[in-house]
Design a binder for this molecule. Structure first.
Ligand code: FE2
Ligand code: FE2
Length: 289
């Protein structure tokens, strides 16, 4: 389904999705606050503490080994001060999105769980690679990894007929999901993800990574971030973390590899770190209230 310019006509496709997920109100209020230079940590804390589940989650996460703060953090305000506004927004986005998609569809639960594990693996990978590159906004990379395949989740839950056609082809020909999507649908999960990111008003960097993680060279402004998530997607597959919906490992984009300027010898230690961090983060996500 493409229009005259060859760009997938996503308005029509997404028009077929009856019940496109919306972000929770708390998240929208938080985004407003983060975007307003006059808001304070206290304002943000007020919004968070109104939501008890969110408060518990936030405190658990800031006290987990993911952040590794030496002291125990017991109030929302101190968590915000320690993490900063942007990091808070990313963290809240993560927890909001987990809620949106958790256990909606019993039939596909196993597949969904594997896809979440794949996304978490990619998130951890992006974080570890980011650390090696001394990238300063690590949690942004984490969220980008977590959301890179959000289009697959939408496809699975909201376009089930298309999804079934795609997965049958993936299985019978042993090809990548993105290849089957292009072949059967004329658009991919990356296109759907981009559409969703626009609809949700996600930051442009996040939108760009979601849209271009299979072809990082197309990312004009955020080449490095997209290349990081592209590599993390490959590494988490190599480590068998969950399943991206197919059994193939996508080829490494040469341009992405050159942009990263990583030594080949760093890949071993990166994989080791990914493995040890993955279980920690998975515990947190699985056992959140
Ligand atoms: Fe993907
Ligand atoms: Fe992926």
């Amino acid at each position: 389904m493409k229009n005259e310019s060859g760009i997938p006509d996503l308005t029509r496709i997404v028009g077929r999705i009856e019940d496109l997920p919306t972000l929770p109100r708390t998240f929208l209020r938080i985004t407003e606050l983060v975007n307003n230079p006059r808001s304070s940590a206290k304002d943000l804390a007020k919004v968070v503490t109104d939501d008890q589940v969110l408060t518990v989650r936030l405190l658990r996460l800031v006290n987990s080994s993911f952040y590794g703060f030496p002291q125990k953090i017991s109030t929302v305000t101190s968590a915000i001060v320690l993490l900063g506004f942007d990091a808070m927004r990313n963290l809240l986005l993560t927890t909001s999105i987990f809620d949106l998609f958790s256990n909606r569809n019993r039939k596909g639960r196993l597949r969904l769980e594997k896809l979440w594990d794949h996304s978490l693996g990619c998130a951890v990978g992006a974080k570890v690679i980011g650390n090696y590159l001394r990238y300063d906004k690590i949690e942004e990379l984490f969220v980008s990894g977590l959301l890179h395949d959000i289009g697959k989740i939408v496809e699975m839950l909201f376009l089930p007929k298309d999804f079934t056609k795609v997965t049958s082809m993936v299985e019978s020909r042993d090809i990548l999901m993105v290849t089957a999507e292009n072949y059967i649908l004329g658009y991919t999960h990356a296109d759907i993800g981009k559409f969703l990111a626009e609809k949700w008003n996600l930051p442009p960097k996040l939108e760009s990574v979601i849209a271009n993680h299979h072809q990082p060279g197309l990312s004009e402004r955020f080449l490095q971030e997209t290349a990081i998530v592209h590599l993390a997607d490959i590494l988490c597959r190599a480590l068998n973390m969950g399943s991206g919906g197919d059994r193939k490992i996508p080829p490494l984009d040469r341009e992405a590899w050159e942009i990263l300027e990583l030594e080949l010898s760093t890949i071993g230690p990166i994989l080791e770190e990914m493995e040890s961090e993955f279980e920690d983060v998975r515990q947190f996500v699985r056992h959140s209230p």
